[in-house]
Design a protein around this ligand. Structure first.
Ligand code: SF4
Ligand code: SF4
Length: 644
């Protein structure tokens, strides 16, 4: 649907809502109040309905002012309805957060039932028809839930998250009014003389809450259900501001839209809605590994800035300034914030867009600038002058005879495998295991270039797409569709990002292949290795692609291994600090994050940490060594079992 159709649909729905609510209000006036009370309540009610409709109408105008061009992220009806049920009706993600989540759910479920009944007087159902104990339980639910959330905000969030007084006060008003509605119920029931006045006040509070929805944090009552319906089905997908496989660079530069959004209207419609769905609960900030590393970075703060820029009365915000002041380069793109968000928002997606904004302005910090130069000039993120490439000797040459049998698989060695000493060691180990298993494999050797993952994460979409198109064309030469990778970032790029440019390959991570080879007995007899081992889930393998089990299953097949789990593992795995191009920032970019992870390894009681990504290995080697432990890639551990 285009902008005009969406606005037409939205306005029609608002008219229907206004009519429905007005009928309900009229009927309530009839059975609740008499004389002047009735007139006063009706007038106040009409004003609140008008305030609600105008407020939502203005928001609707903002949300539909965004872009839909090149939106390759898909949403299916079945998934959308399932999300609506799980996230909104069942409050599944909210409840995950133990006590605060349960209080929110109590308030939500009680409020939803009361509100539904409130809308039904025309069919003869009113609050008076609900049995008194149940009615009291519902009002108790909204009272306790809202008081708890207001108290938590004042006593915990305000001091700990350093919220401003005005911000805190603004957020406390709505829960206090909701609590007043709930508590009012018990006064109405007890009071005999003043019951009409108390009832009037209770309903005034309820209607005020309703009017406040578009102007307060309560807006999420509207935006979250809408967001769950339009959110992309697949997590961690990136928008496509242009497509080099369809447009030339000249056509792209002639477009009026920039690479990254500089003004609110240059975000997608979905993104504009998402900013208003953020409840500022701070859960993304609590679990963000980059938060608290001294840069003042916080995904919740970024969402807040974008939410403020989204307000109907906000002046045209300078998104370049927001991107720079909020230091979007600090993000490791680990994706933990998106897993933690109780309403399934995508702070990471906003960060990617803002990185494109700074990239479009040509503003990179010096570490990122030199990394991009290396990728662009040498096709490798690693400094190849420090570690010259060592090329593997595959059993099948890269360009075999046209009528010869193609290789079983292509091993994509990756920048680390070509130019980083630790990565070279891993690549050589994997090559040895492939040869031992008798696999007919090949590799592109000097033809191989960086996949472009790091360039894309830095915001340089153009460089990423050029590399993607070039690598896809190269791989087609090999007439082999099965691709082996030993880097979590390469895995994600091939599996999830190249298909948008026609690169459909069967991608296998080396842990999956080694597991298969072990299970099929193709690596021969394994030695017993008595070791206490824990596995660090790389973000781009685990959270991004759900590959949690292959390495664990692999370890479980080796006799003597005692596999231990860290406090934060699988979906909750803590980032090593390297991803999202953070490794290439100047200074000690991820050292504190890596040190924290190393502490968790030691707390788990492991002697050896295994991982499945050269970035993680690079980050964790030193801090683990300082604690007396060791780190190996999973292939090295398997090789040690095979060789002995
Ligand atoms: S992706 Fe990771 S580092 Fe980036 S904001 Fe989210 S939690 Fe923080
Ligand atoms: S993005 Fe999600 S987790 Fe973060 S503050 Fe907003 S609602 Fe909370």
């Amino acid at each position: 649907m285009d902008q005009i159709q969406l606005r037409g649909l939205g306005l029609s729905l608002l008219v229907l809502v206004a009519v429905g609510f007005s009928i309900s209000l009229y009927l309530h006036c009839g059975y609740l109040f008499n004389g002047p009370w009735r007139i006063a309540f009706f007038i106040y009610g009409v004003l609140t309905i008008a305030a609600f409709i105008i407020g939502i109408g203005r928001r609707l105008w903002i949300w539909t002012s965004g872009q839909t061009r090149n939106d390759i992220q898909t949403t299916t009806v079945a998934e959308a309805l399932s999300r609506l049920f799980m996230i909104v009706a069942a409050q599944r993600r909210v409840i995950r957060n133990s006590w605060p989540g349960l209080f929110h759910a109590a308030m939500f479920w009680s409020g939803a039932i009361l509100f539904t009944v409130y809308l039904l007087p025309s069919v003869g159902v009113t609050l008076a028809t609900i049995p008194y104990p149940l009615l009291s339980a519902l009002f108790l639910g909204i009272s306790i839930g809202s008081l708890f959330l207001a108290g938590r905000l004042v006593l915990f969030s305000w001091p700990n998250r350093k919220l401003s007084f005005a911000h805190t006060l603004g957020r406390v008003v709505a829960p206090v009014l909701i609590a007043a509605v709930g508590i009012g119920h018990f006064f109405v029931m007890r009071s005999t003389v003043l019951s009409t006045g108390v009832l009037f006040l209770q309903y005034m509070c309820a209607m005020t809450v309703f009017a406040l929805i578009p102007y307060s944090r309560l807006l999420h009552i509207i935006t979250v259900p809408l967001w769950t319906l339009v959110r992309p089905d697949k997590r961690f997908t990136m928008s496509l501001p242009f497509d080099l496989s369809r447009e030339t660079e000249i056509e792209i530069s002639n477009n009026d839209l920039p690479l990254g959004p500089r003004r609110r209207e240059e975000f997608s419609m979905r993104a504009l809605l998402a900013f208003d769905a953020c409840t500022q609960c701070g859960r993304c900030e609590e679990i963000c590994p980059a938060h608290g590393t001294g840069d003042g970075f916080s995904p919740a703060k970024i969402m807040r800035q974008l939410q403020l820029a989204n307000a109907p009365s906000a002046p045209s915000a300078n998104l370049v300034a927001i991107a720079e002041s909020e230091q979007v380069d600090c993000c490791t793109t680990c994706g933990r914030c998106e897993i933690a968000c109780p309403v399934a928002l995508e702070p990471l997606s906003a960060i990617h867009e803002l990185r494109r904004t700074t990239a479009f302005e040509g503003r990179f910090e010096s570490g990122h600038e030199s990394a991009l130069r290396r990728i662009s000039e040498f096709g490798s993120i690693w400094d190849k002058t420090k570690s010259p490439a060592i090329y593997l000797q595959p059993p099948v040459p890269w360009l075999m005879e046209a009528d010869g049998p193609p290789a079983e698989l292509v091993y994509w060695v990756g920048c680390a495998g070509r130019h980083d000493p630790a990565g070279q060691r891993i690549a050589a180990t994997i090559a040895g295991l492939l040869n031992r298993a008798g696999i007919r494999w090949t590799t592109a050797g000097a033809e191989e270039l960086c996949t472009g993952d790091t360039a894309r994460r830095m915001g340089d979409e153009g460089l990423f797409q050029k590399l993607a198109l070039r690598n896809i064309a190269l791989l087609r030469q090999a007439r082999c569709k099965k691709l082996l990778v030993s880097c979590a970032h390469c895995f994600n790029t091939f599996a999830n990002e190249y298909p948008a440019f026609g690169g459909d390959f069967e991608v296998v991570h080396h842990s999956e292949l080694l597991l298969q080879l072990l299970q099929n007995g193709r690596l021969g007899h394994l030695a017993v290795l008595p070791t206490k081992i824990t596995f660090h889930d790389p973000c781009y393998l685990g959270r991004y692609n759900g590959k949690y089990e292959p390495v664990r299953n692999l370890l479980d097949t080796i006799e003597g291994v005692e596999r231990l789990e860290m406090h934060e593992s699988r979906e909750q795995s803590r980032c090593c600090g390297a991803g999202g191009a953070r490794l290439w920032r100047d200074g000690e970019p991820g050292a504190r994050m890596a040190a924290k992870r190393a502490t968790q390894v030691s707390e788990a009681g492991a002697d050896l940490l295994v991982t499945g990504c050269p970035f993680c290995l690079t980050m964790l080697e030193d801090p683990i060594a300082r604690m007396g432990g060791r780190v190996q890639d999973i292939s090295e551990f398997v090789a040690s079992a095979v060789r002995t």
